[in-house]
Design a protein around this ligand. Structure first.
Ligand code: MN
Length: 233
């Protein structure tokens, strides 16, 4: 087999305690999955979960103890942080029941669903796809993946984000409208999950803008801190 040019490298994420890395296939994201965040976006009630995707090469891998960098993206004047618990799928499947979801999970990580909020809002208003607001380059920073057995009780873990040392988001994963197992049930009814899929599970309230020079530090308790600096465009 030869190609007309060298294929892009597979995006991969380090795994805590292992030399082998986690190769990324797809990046699924859940919209409005914490009640207080749904409210701040102008919605109420428990609607069925909905999903969007980011390209695998939008993932920005940040090694443990290091500070990652994202460039301030083009076209936006309202670049938002969304701290999220990320679920890493190790065993694929379709129509997975919530009760069986755990055995499909390889591990968990801390991620940022970076968003060009102004462009997302404009697309929403026009009934157009969110891609330009959500699926842009470098829009998915992530820290190392902790294997599920070592991750502790992520379903009841504190989740928070500070910008330049000031609290912006602080909640608990227990406040997810659709918990991780239920999310996998819904998602796997729509797409067949495969090993290497990442699921950004949604963000709590407090989303807001960052600018060049800001440093974001976020954590899901038990999974380590994720530090990302916003560089100039
Ligand atoms: Mn999100």
């Amino acid at each position: 087999m030869s190609y007309v040019f060298t294929p892009a490298a597979t995006t991969s994420v380090p795994v805590v305690g292992k030399d082998e890395r986690f190769p990324v296939r797809r990046v699924y994201c859940v919209g409005r999955n914490y009640e207080e965040h749904a409210k701040e976006m102008g919605f109420t009630g428990r609607e069925a979960p909905f999903f969007f995707l980011k390209p695998a090469d939008a993932v920005v891998v940040v090694n443990a103890g290091e500070t990652g960098t994202v460039p301030y993206p083009s076209l936006t004047k309202n670049y938002h942080h969304e701290i999220e618990l990320v679920v890493a799928i190790g065993t694929g499947g379709k129509n997975i029941k919530a009760a069986d979801a755990q055995k499909h999970i390889f591990g968990y990580a801390v991620g940022l669903d970076m968003t060009r909020r102004d462009l997302q809002g404009e697309m929403k208003k026009q009934g157009r796809p969110w891609c330009i607001g959500k699926a842009f380059d470098a829009s998915a920073p992530i820290g190392p993946i902790t294997p599920a057995a070592q991750a502790g009780d992520v379903n009841n873990a504190e989740i928070w984000l500070q910008v330049n040392g000031q609290d912006r988001q602080r909640s608990n994963v227990s406040k997810l409208i659709w918990n991780v197992a239920e999310t996998i049930e819904h998602l796997s009814a729509a797409w067949e999950l495969q090993p290497g899929d990442l699921i950004y599970s949604g963000t709590p309230e407090g989303v807001a803008a960052v600018v060049a020079g800001d440093t974001m530090v976020g954590e899901v308790a038990g999974l380590g801190k994720l530090t990302v600096k916003v560089a100039a465009a």
